[in-house]
Design a binder for this molecule. Structure first.
Ligand code: NDP
Length: 458
């Protein structure tokens, strides 16, 4: 039997070896989901909502246990694990409140005996292949609206967040979602590949650009709905009228929260030359106060790096920046093992010939670059193949809007960063992906709007 070994990234210790799926079990589960889906879709919405309400109750009841599990398998500091679970609750509430309105049938024309209507039908059976960094958020952004709108979901959590993925399944099953309607799959990339070979009606992926490309190629011949939520190299500009200390404190958190392993982490900072020195100084002071250590400890801010190979990516970006003349202000080294550790690292005097200003770092590493004016900031912010989020710090709303309207990104921020709202669509431009989750559009995306042309007999 194949097994999946799960390790604690903070200690390297084996947590558990789980029985894993293989091609045959994935095919059997997909067939069972296909058979079960029509009955689930035929239930009144109220019945599906009751299951999601039960799930919410389970999350609240088991919150401490769920947070500890996530911290153990991902290295996320325990306070941030609790924050993610508490942050999930308003998302659940949003989906519960908005689904009915978002997929209500509409009459768009009614004249002379001719009626035109739109009705939202579920896609059918959808695949959800998911990342490990915010496993509750990225898992549930797909699973909950997909279930509410009548779909069956074949869910492959990341191998680095499998225990959390199985907890999501457990709580939904306990709340009444049939086992063939939400199906958890255990395994690594090969199980994801096996899933893509099944007859599914939609593929919803959250993860890296490289895997997203492979997934697009794998499903490219099949004409199924494909959503890819990928990485970013998210920039922020600090204008000369912003309070440099307040901006530095906010952006240090935006860059280092979750040990820099957020899709919308601040990854590049541009600062107007007039406030550059004050900003850099305050930024370094703030990051110095972040304690790295045992993720289970209440005062830890910098946790473990979840995937060991990312340590090499970070070390290579540091070496490249140093070789090209960047100034290392803080950190720059791996922490001592066991486990995967990397110090919070800050560079100034960077430029766009350096990898750390071009490619996703996905760790506690940031470059700060001086700019002359808003135009230079906009040009540099757009000098990327990604486009997930971008932000500006300034006292002047009109100036912020001028800058942000020129920036290519799915989400833009004024005087804030690293923020996701269930009420707003979450999407990327360019290599940050296609499609969206959250908001009413992120509910409708799990349906097919069917057009009805109805003529009354004369
Ligand atoms: P990966 O791309 O490594 O993995 C994502 C998922 O794909 C995992 O479940 C993985 O399985 C699976 N997978 C890997 N290879 C294949 C394959 N050939 N076929 C099918 N499935 C496969 O990403 P990470 O999990 O490391 O997540 C980090 C990335 O996700 C970052 O780039 C981050 O920016 C991005 N992200 C984007 C978000 C957004 O909203 N735009 C939100 C969160 C993260 P396994 O892990 O088991 O190998």
């Amino acid at each position: 039997m194949t097994t999946l070994s799960i390790h604690n990234p903070a200690t390297g210790e084996l947590i558990i070896a789980l029985p894993a799926d293989d091609a045959a079990s994935v095919a059997a589960k997909a067939a069972a989901a296909r058979a079960a889906q029509p009955l689930w879709a035929a239930f009144p919405l109220a019945r599906r909502k009751a299951c999601i309400e039960g799930f919410r109750t389970g999350v609240v009841r088991d919150l401490e246990l769920l947070a500890a599990t996530m911290t153990r398998e991902t290295g996320k500091p325990i306070k941030m694990s609790r924050n993610e679970l508490n942050g999930l609750l308003p998302r659940i509430d949003f989906f519960l409140q908005e689904t009915e309105r978002s997929i209500a049938g509409e009459t768009v024309f009614d004249e002379g005996g001719m009626r035109e209507q739109i009705q939202h039908e579920p896609l059918g059976v959808v695949a959800n292949i998911s990342a490990w960094n915010y496993p509750w958020f990225v898992g549930c952004n797909v699973i909950l609206p997909a279930l509410l709108t009548g779909n069956a979901v074949l869910y492959k959590p990341s191998e680095y967040a499998t225990l959390t993925g199985l907890e999501i399944c457990r709580l939904l099953h306990e709340a009444g979602v049939p086992r063939d309607i939400l199906v958890g799959l255990v395994g690594g990339g090969e199980v994801g590949q096996a899933l893509l070979e099944q007859e599914v009606d939609g593929v919803f992926f959250t993860g890296s650009h490289a895997t997203g490309q492979r997934i697009a190629q794998a499903v490219g011949q099949r004409f199924v709905k494909l959503q890819l939520e990928l990485g970013g190299k998210d920039p922020t500009y600090v204008a000369d009228d912003a309070d440099p200390k307040a901006a530095a404190e906010s952006l240090a958190d935006g860059a280092m929260y979750n040990t820099g392993q957020s899709c919308c982490s601040v990854e590049r900072i541009y600062v107007h030359e007039r406030s550059y020195d004050a900003f850099v100084d305050a930024f370094v002071q703030t990051v110095k106060s972040y304690r790295m250590g045992d993720p289970a400890s209440e005062d830890t801010y910098i946790g473990a790096i979840t995937r060991a190979p990312q340590l090499d990516v970070l070390a290579a970006q540091v070496a490249d920046a140093k070789a090209q003349g960047a100034k290392l202000l803080l950190g720059g080294h791996r922490g001592e093992g066991p486990g995967n550790w990397f110090e919070a690292t800050v560079f100034s005097d960077v430029n766009h010939s350096m990898e750390l200003m071009r490619e996703e770092s996905f760790g506690p590493l940031i470059g700060i670059q001086k700019v002359r004016d808003d135009d230079e900031a906009v040009r540099l912010m757009n000098d990327t193949r990604y486009g997930l989020t971008a932000g500006v710090y300034t006292r002047d709303e009109a100036r912020a809007k001028r800058v942000l309207s020129q920036v290519k990104a799915g989400s833009v921020y004024w005087n804030c960063c690293d923020r996701v709202s269930p009420r707003l669509p979450w999407s990327g431009v360019g290599d940050s992906g296609v499609g969206l989750t959250l908001s009413r559009y992120g509910i409708q995306t799990f349906t097919r709007p069917k057009a009805w042309h109805l003529r009354q007999p004369a």
